[in-house]
Design a binder for this molecule. Structure first.
Ligand code: ADP
Length: 427
C-alpha cells in the first residue's frame, strides 16, 4: 500500500520528466548563465502549471526556488509567497499522532543531506491554514551535467486523503465481513467435529474421508478470516495491543517447546539456544533476561508464525531458534534447512498476500498474510524483521527488538502498576 501511494504520486508523469522540467525551469532563471527562452522551456512551464502533482525545487540551503500551482493547491501557500522561503516553513510534516516529524526524517532534509532519493507516505502535511493533509512525497537529488548531484533537490507531492479514505473503507469492509463470517464458520467446524466423533455419530469410511477434508478446509478458511481481520486492523492502526514489560526469553522458549511436537512429526529436529552471560562474581552461567516493551500475545504470535513457517517449509534437517542481544537490542533468529527463498522474491516477502510460487512451495497451503502481520506487529514495538535465505538450502528470519535494561523494566512496571485503578487491580 505504501508503495502504491508512492507509485501513484509518480503516476502519469514520471519523476525523470519532472526532473527534466525542473532543469528546464532552472535554465530560464535570470543569472550569470542566462540563456534564451526556448520552445522546450515554454512547454516545461506549461506542464508544471497543469499537472496535478505538486512540484517543489529546493536548493542546497533549503530555500524553495520552484513551487508549481498544484503545490500551492495542496499546501495553501501561493507560489510567490512560498518561493524564497525555507521548505521547513512551507512544508511542515507531522506524524499520525500530530507530532512534528524530526527534522532529519523530513524527506527533503534526507535528500539534501544524503544526496539520495527519499520518500514518505505516512506523514501529514500541515497547510498554511493549519489543516493536516495526508501526502505522499518523493524527493530526488537534481543531477548536474556530469551526472553528479548538484546540491538541489526536487520533490513531488500528492494529496492522498482520498486514497487513504477509500483504503479505510476497504479495510473496514474486510474487517466486518471476516468478523461476521467467523461465527457461522465456527458452527460448521463444531458440527463437523461432532460428525467425526465416533461417540456422537456413526459414519462409514468414505463419509469420514469426505468430512475430514471438509474439516481441514474449514480450518484453513478460519485461519484466513483470522489473518484477514488481523492484517486489516494492523494496516489502519486498530490492532489491539496492551504493551507491558515482557521477558522475550520466556516467550520464545514456550514457543520453541510447543513447536517440538509438530517438528518431530515431520522428522525435523528443533533446537533452542540462548547466548549466555557469565557472571564474574559467582562463576556461574546465568541466562540473561531480555526485557522488551510489547504485548505478550502479539509478540508470541510473531514468533509462532515464524517457527510454524520454518517447520512448514522444511522437509528435512533442523530448525534452530536462537536468542541473543547486546545492551540495547534483542535479536531472535529462526533458522531452517528448508526450501529457501529465491532472491527475486525476498524484497516482496513481507507484502500482503505474497506467496513464493515455485515447485517447492506450490503444494504447501497458506494465506500469504503471516509475514505481513509479523512485520506490522514488529514495527508496532519499534522493531525490525528481515530474512536471509539461500534458495534450496534454507532461510534465517531475524527480529531485532529494542531491549530494556533491568532498571528501565522495573521503572515501567512501577509506572504501570500506579496507573491501574484499585478496582482493576487483582488481589
Ligand atoms: P503463508 O501463509 O503462505 O505461509 P507467509 O506470509 O507466512 O504466508 O509467508 C509468505 C511466503 O513466504 C510463503 O508463502 C513462503 O513462500 C515464503 N516463506 C515464509 N517462510 C518461509 C521459510 N521459512 N522458508 C521458505 N519460504 C518461506
Amino acid at each position: 500500500m505504501y508503495n502504491s501511494y508512492l507509485l501513484g504520486a509518480l503516476g502519469g508523469l514520471g519523476l525523470i520528466t519532472i526532473l527534466f522540467l525542473a532543469f528546464s525551469y532552472l535554465g530560464q532563471r535570470p543569472g550569470p548563465k542566462h540563456k534564451p527562452v526556448t520552445q522546450d522551456d515554454i512547454e516545461a512551464d506549461f506542464i508544471l502549471d497543469t499537472i496535478e502533482d505538486g512540484v517543489v525545487l529546493v536548493s542546497a540551503d533549503g530555500i524553495i526556488h520552484l513551487f508549481n500551482p498544484a503545490a500551492a493547491k495542496i499546501t495553501g501557500w501561493p507560489p510567490d509567497e512560498a518561493v524564497k522561503l525555507n521548505f521547513k516553513a512551507v512544508l511542515p510534516l507531522v506524524d499520525e499522532k500530530g507530532q512534528p516529524l524530526p527534522e532529519a526524517s523530513h524527506p527533503f532534509m534526507q535528500a539534501l543531506s544524503t544526496g539520495k532519493s527519499a520518500h514518505d507516505s505516512n506523514a501529514m502535511l500541515v497547510t498554511k491554514n493549519s489543516r493536516k493533509v495526508p501526502v505522499s512525497i518523493i524527493v530526488s537529488p537534481v543531477m548536474g551535467p556530469a551526472g553528479q548531484p548538484n546540491g538541489s533537490v526536487v520533490g513531488v507531492l500528492r494529496d492522498i486523503a482520498k486514497d487513504k479514505e477509500e483504503e479505510a473503507q476497504r479495510s473496514d469492509f474486510i474487517s466486518t465481513a471476516s468478523h461476521e463470517m467467523r461465527t457461522p464458520l465456527a458452527a460448521i467446524e463444531g458440527y463437523l467435529a461432532l460428525a467425526l466423533n465416533p461417540k456422537t455419530a456413526q459414519i462409514n469410511d468414505s463419509a469420514r474421508n469426505y468430512l475430514e477434508k471438509a474439516s481441514n478446509s474449514t480450518k484453513h478458511l478460519g485461519e484466513l478470516f483470522r489473518d484477514l481481520l488481523t492484517s486489516s486492523k494492523a494496516e489502519d492502526g486498530r490492532l489491539i495491543s496492551y504493551p507491558a514489560v515482557v521477558e522475550i526469553g520466556e516467550i520464545i522458549e514456550q514457543v520453541a517447546e510447543a513447536a517440538k511436537f509438530p517438528a518431530q512429526a515431520k522428522g525435523l529436529q528443533l533446537k533452542y539456544s540462548v547466548s549466555a552471560d557469565t557472571s564474574t562474581n559467582s562463576g556461574k552461567t546465568v541466562r540473561p533476561l531480555y526485557y522488551a516493551y510489547a504485548d505478550v500475545n502479539r509478540i508470541r504470535e510473531v514468533f509462532q508464525n515464524l517457527v510454524d513457517n520454518a517447520i512448514k517449509y522444511t522437509n528435512e534437517g533442523e530448525v534452530l531458534v536462537r536468542l541473543a542481544g547486546d545492551s540495547s537490542v534483542i535479536q531472535i533468529q529462526i533458522q531452517d534447512s528448508g526450501v529457501g527463498i529465491p532472491p527475486e522474491d525476498i524484497p516482496h516477502l513481507f507484502q500482503k498476500f505474497y506467496r513464493v510460487d515455485n515447485s517447492s512451495t506450490r503444494s504447501i497451503g497458506g494465506t500469504g498474510l503471516g509475514l505481513f502481520i509479523c512485520k506490522k506487529i514488529t514495527e508496532l514495538y519499534n522493531g525490525r524483521i528481515w530474512v536471509e535465505s539461500e534458495f534450496g538450502k534454507g532461510s534465517t528470519f531475524f527480529i531485532n527488538l529494542p531491549r530494556l535494561n533491568a532498571e528501565q523494566a522495573l521503572q515501567i512496571q512501577r509506572q504501570q502498576a500506579s496507573t491501574i485503578s484499585p478496582m482493576d487491580r487483582p488481589i
